[in-house]
Write a protein that binds this ligand. Structure first.
Ligand SMILES: *[C@@H]1O[C@H](CO)[C@@H](O)[C@H](O)[C@H]1NC(C)=O
Ligand SMILES: *[C@@H]1O[C@H](CO)[C@@H](O)[C@H](O)[C@H]1NC(C)=O
Ligand SMILES: *[C@@H]1O[C@H](CO)[C@@H](O)[C@H](O)[C@H]1NC(C)=O
Length: 339
């Protein structure tokens, strides 16, 4: 019988064709999602889940007081960064007083929600996971996740949060001045017109490290310059990230800045109005975002190899950009080392 055989072949043909189209669309959307990151295409990452966990340097909280409530929270869009989470969570929970983490898990396998409290190194009830299956991955995934955080936080029955920081797992907030992060935000909270606060980046280089270090805070103490002679024109430290007053948030404008309800503005640490994803003059007397953009060469290579050929190129551009830019020592985060 000839025709059934032909029919069978046609069916197989159609099936394979559909599969190829689906894969292409999936890849395209993944790439498109990356376009949203203004500079840090560098960022998506990480370790395969099967990788052995290194000895955890954080074993107790050193007598530090946990945050008393969830006044400050973090919205974290993350994929495959299981090994990076503990230090990130610990720093923000114990050192910055962040009381709640909305972790938007972009299809990590196994899901990050399977991390134990011991692995997270902070109380489990300070962490809330939302898992997006790989087939739910869309263009501009980061925006979808940020909007999800906004929606959840606005309509939460158990979590009462006022300020939400939209940062990545390689970005660490610091309050280097007299005031704590909470005190700074409480001051801004009293001014009705303020709906967002925008600290400047401090981008860290690889510092010549070749392999993963047990603590990024301790290991990476070299940064790109601020280019004060040209008002920051020649440096990425002009970039900001946003801590948004959730009741005034509408949606992200880009991964750095946010559209707020009418009559509300985003300000820098001195109360200066910030209109875009850049802020200059660059100051970090009260607030900073330490951006560990590169980490070690080994981790960066791994990250690039996992990406597609196209994003590889862009990724290495970012590596070269930051490595070739004038550098300076930046030791200020060391005061949080081993905590
Ligand atoms: C808010 O939450 C309640 C209960 O969890 C739910 O019924 C309601 O639809 C939610 N509203 C929005 C706008 O998501
Ligand atoms: C939420 O927290 C804010 C400020 O911390 C407080 O003023 C408000 O009363 C709280 N709302 C609820 C429902 O607990
Ligand atoms: C900033 O840098 C760009 C590109 O390097 C240059 O074209 C521009 O003139 C500079 N602007 C200022 C204000 O220095």
């Amino acid at each position: 019988m000839r025709s059934p055989a032909i029919f069978q072949r046609l069916v197989i043909f159609a099936f394979v064709g559909t599969l190829l189209v689906a894969l292409t669309v999936y890849q395209r959307d993944r790439l498109a999602a990356g376009v949203g990151n203004v500079v840090d295409t560098v960022k998506t990452t990480a370790a395969t889940a099967k990788e052995n966990l290194p000895a955890m340097p954080f074993t107790d909280n050193g007598g530090k007081t946990p945050p008393k409530d969830k006044y400050i929270s973090v919205c974290l869009a993350v994929k495959d960064q299981r090994l990076d989470l503990p230090e990130f969570l610990r720093h923000h929970y114990y050192n910055m007083g962040v009381g709640h983490f909305f972790i938007m898990d972009d299809g990590t396998n196994p899901p990050l929600s399977e991390m134990t409290e011991e692995e997270l190194t902070i109380p489990r009830d300070a962490v809330e996971f939302h898992y997006f299956r790989p087939d739910e991955h869309v263009r501009w995934m980061q925006y979808t996740m940020y909007n999800t955080c906004n929606k959840i936080a606005k309509n939460h029955t158990s979590v009462n949060t006022t300020w939400m920081a939209f940062i990545d797992a390689d970005e660490f907030i610091d309050a280097p001045g007299e005031q704590t992060l909470r005190e700074i935000l409480e001051d801004f909270d009293r001014i009705e017109a303020i709906g967002g606060v925008a600290p400047n980046w401090r981008v860290h280089t690889s510092g010549g490290h070749l392999t993963r270090q047990p603590s990024v805070i301790s290991a990476y103490t070299e940064c790109i310059y601020d280019d004060p002679a040209h008002n920051g024109n020649g440096t990425n430290n002009r970039h900001i990230k946003s801590i948004v007053k959730i009741k005034h948030m509408i949606q992200p404008r880009d991964p750095h800045s946010f559209i707020l309800t009418p009559g509300h503005i985003t300000v820098g640490e001195n109360g200066d109005k910030v209109d875009s994803f850049l802020r200059a003059p660059i100051t970090r007397d009260k607030l900073a975002i330490h951006h560990y953009a590169l980490k070690s060469k080994g981790e960066f290579e791994e990250k690039m190899n996992r990406g597609s050929g196209m994003s590889n190129h862009k990724g290495w551009d970012a590596w070269n950009l930051y490595e070739d830019m004038p550098h300076e020592q930046c030791q200020e985060m060391l005061r949080w080392a081993n905590t």
